[in-house]
Design a protein around this ligand. Structure first.
Ligand code: ZN
Length: 316
């Protein structure tokens, strides 16, 4: 899949192809944007386009170099991160070693760092040194959905490439082409993240969230049940923010077509009966604030209790 076939990121892909066309390549790029909008795939394809010699400003996808990059066996393309673990200093040292030797095939050497924000402080420090004294003919591509967590010293040395949520219509088109059921609902629930929209559990997870949310409000579910791991917490906040946003939208517009949880009009209607727009707005701000703080390892149980209190005061 060459760059020009990536879906829903026309401006960003246009920018990348423009960079390839001019041949003015920066030493380090930072691909940033929400999870599931195509950053990692674009980084892979950009790496291919940098190495492939068959197609102008893109990759051909079929030459030996392209095929080896696809299978992860090209000696001049290294990938680290993206495995739900911290990136450690040993991995950064390994890419330093790879970058410091000559290119195997006489072209560029490319390193892709997935989930770059998961570098631990020692790894980030080592990485910064590589950025400060870049080896010849080497290109680094950092990928991150939480780029604000990267040290400013690293961020300031990168060229930022921003990825945005995909338009709903684009997502619907892809889902319909693959005969995925509930395409319209999935397209809105996914919030513009194609990988989310394609997640077979998307609707079930949302239903589970609503069930857990009600149970928490009634005092029959606790933090250990609803927030089993880091991913649960992230997803809970995504759902909760979308839900409270829906309540606000409905409270002010009474227009069900604007809801993310488009199939839940009756529930939304019932939830906003005894609350005010102002209280919901305050609650939403608090959810955003806590989500930011949770990145810094806030105590799970205390945070849950705090949120529950806020929720109960607004949604009786
Ligand atoms: Zn090729």
């Amino acid at each position: 899949m060459p760059l020009n076939s990536l879906i829903g990121q026309d401006d960003t892909i246009g920018l990348l192809r423009g960079i390839l066309k001019t041949g003015v390549i920066a030493h380090c790029y930072l691909f940033s944007g929400e999870d599931g909008v195509g950053k990692t795939l674009a980084a892979h394809e950009f790496a291919k386009a940098l190495i492939c010699r068959e197609t102008e400003a893109d990759s051909c996808g079929v030459c030996s170099a392209c095929r080896r990059i696809d299978s992860g066996t090209h000696p001049d393309v290294q990938v680290i991160g993206g495995d739900d673990r911290q990136i450690k200093i040993d991995q950064v040292r390994l890419i330093e070693t790879c970058l410091s030797r000559k290119s195997f095939e006489g072209g560029l050497k490319v390193v892709v760092v997935k989930d770059a924000d998961t570098m631990n402080p020692a790894a980030a420090n080592a990485f910064l040194k590589t950025l400060e004294e870049p080896p010849d003919s080497s290109i680094l591509i950092l990928v991150s959905s939480r780029s604000d967590l990267l040290p400013e010293t690293i961020r300031s040395r990168t060229q930022k490439i921003l990825f945005y949520p995909l338009p709903k219509t684009e997502i619907e088109k892809v889902l319909s082409a693959q005969s995925v059921p509930d395409a319209e609902l999935r397209a809105v629930l996914s919030g513009g993240r194609l990988s989310k929209a394609l997640d077979p559990n998307l609707c079930r997870d949302r239903d589970e969230f609503l069930k857990g949310f009600d149970m928490a409000l009634r005092g029959t579910a606790d933090a250990d049940q609803l927030w089993k791991d880091r991913q649960d917490i992230d997803e809970w906040f995504d759902h909760a923010i979308a839900w409270i946003r829906d309540l606000m939208v409905y409270k002010s517009s009474k227009n069900p077509s604007l809801l993310v949880n488009a199939d839940q009009e009756a529930r939304v209607k019932n939830a906003v009966k005894d609350t005010t727009l102002k209280a919901l707005s305050k609650l939403l701000s608090e959810l955003f604030r806590l989500r930011q703080l949770l990145r810094f390892n806030l105590n799970k149980h205390l945070t849950f209790q705090h949120i529950l209190m806020q929720l109960k005061s607004v949604l009786r």
